[in-house]
Design a protein around this ligand. Structure first.
Ligand SMILES: [Zn+2]
Length: 66
């Protein structure tokens, strides 16, 4: 697979939950998925739709509740 040049940008004021480094979190899109990554350690999280739904406190699995 060809290496795609990813447009990463630092998240101002963000703190890594793993190594506690400040201003080390970069945000970028990977295959349409919002991804956050720490440049100081190997912390990495992808904001999949499931996760977003969980964070929103919902139980969204393609079912609409009346
Ligand atoms: Zn880190």
């Amino acid at each position: 697979m060809a290496k795609v040049r990813l447009k990463k940008r630092f998240v101002a004021g963000a703190k890594c939950p793993k190594c506690k480094a400040s201003d080390s979190i970069v945000l970028f899109m990977e295959q349409g998925i919002e991804t956050v990554e720490c440049v100081e350690c190997d912390y990495r999280e992808q904001q999949t739709e499931d996760k977003v739904a969980q964070k929103a406190g919902g139980d969204v699995i393609g079912v609409f509740k009346p």
